[in-house]
Design a binder for this molecule. Structure first.
Ligand code: COA
Length: 238
């Protein structure tokens, strides 16, 4: 992340949360940067997702937005108000300009979460080169009130199935190794772990270091967890 952008984020956090939470947040970020700075990379072979998109529970709806103009003001407000609004607006505009899709998931008409996808390239320097029919999934978020109810799972699975139905080849996603919530959720989606990696950009060159491939024990545990997914998903039907 660029120094300017980092300082901007700290300043925005300070102005909305105050000094003590900012010090705590910076300490946590430093700890993660020093001791848990690898990314877990996932892939999904889309042609193997042969089934059409699953029916979502009645209360859930997924909507795909492909231009800034298509975003309604209320959604835009929700998407940008919980974080640095200026930076969030800039990101949204830049992503649409690059051809990315924004996927919104609603629960009983309330915005519950979102995620982005981009075909044929990545939104920033990445661990590998994408083919023109590959898709990157990135920046997923579930609003706090809707967490722990498999919202992320429903959204990711729906996106993967939709991309498969469109004839896309492979999808890639990644998350930080400290992000237990997303790791746990990824495990029940059709994504498979590719490995652990670090990625740096120095003077315009991207350096990627693969740290570990997937151990077989982890693959077995993930498979067991995937079988439990329908139980978690029932939370939405209660
Ligand atoms: C990561 C994230 C998208 C997961 O979304 P989600 O819809 O809550 O996902 P799930 O419901 O599948 O829950 C995933 C795990 O988080 C746990 N969890 C996280 N926050 C929770 C909360 N407030 N209440 C209950 N469970 C919570 C769940 O228990 C679950 O773990 P488990 O399956 O081992 O029990 C969400 O936590 C989030 O938006 N985090 C902040 C942004 C982020 O980290 N995005 C990813 C990187 S871009």
């Amino acid at each position: 992340m660029r120094i300017y952008s980092l300082l901007n984020r700290i300043a925005a956090f300070y102005s909305s949360h105050g000094l003590v939470p900012t010090i705590r947040r910076v300490k946590l970020a430093a700890k993660r940067a020093l001791f848990a700075n690898r990314m877990v990379v996932f892939y999904c072979d889309l042609p193997k997702q042969v089934s059409p998109p699953d029916e979502l529970p009645n209360s859930l709806k997924v909507e795909r937005v492909i231009t800034y103009a298509q975003l309604n003001p209320e959604d835009l407000q929700n998407l940008t108000s919980f974080w640095n609004p200026k930076q969030a607006h800039r990101n949204i505009r830049e992503r649409f300009a690059q051809g990315a899709s924004l996927w919104l998931i609603r629960s009983a008409d309330k915005l519950a979460g979102y995620g982005w996808s981009l075909q044929g390239r990545t939104i920033a320097p990445y661990f590998l080169q994408l083919g023109e029919n590959d898709v990157q999934l990135f920046d997923f978020y579930t609003f706090p009130k809707f967490r722990g109810r498999a919202t992320h799972w429903f959204l990711t699975s729906h996106i993967l199935q939709t991309l498969a139905a469109e004839g896309r080849a492979r999808a890639f996603g990644d998350t930080a190794e400290w992000n237990k919530a997303q790791l746990s959720s990824f495990k029940v989606t059709p994504f498979r772990r590719l490995g652990l990696a670090r990625c740096f950009t120095v003077l315009g060159h991207t350096l990627v270091f693969w740290c570990a491939n997937e151990p077989s024990e982890q693959i077995r545990k993930d498979r067991e967890r995937r079988n439990e997914a329908p139980t978690t998903a029932r939370l939405y039907e209660q």
